[in-house]
Design a protein. Sequence first.
Length: 71
Amino acid sequence: MKNYIAEFIGTFAMVFCGTGAMTINEVTGGDVTHVGIGITWGLIVMAMIYAFGEISGAHFNPAVSIAFAYA
């Protein structure tokens, strides 16, 4: 059960931060830029892998996690 919770938190954090960066970029008229959005995605992926990699395998993709569960 711990690995499912880790996958959920990791996926939620990635979607929340990544789309948040894109939203802030739209609201500010492009102040964040594509580079800033890419850095945001990269840093949140890195943080989630370091935080939950040992627990869940760090897929952070529900389709991959479900496929591994059934395989």
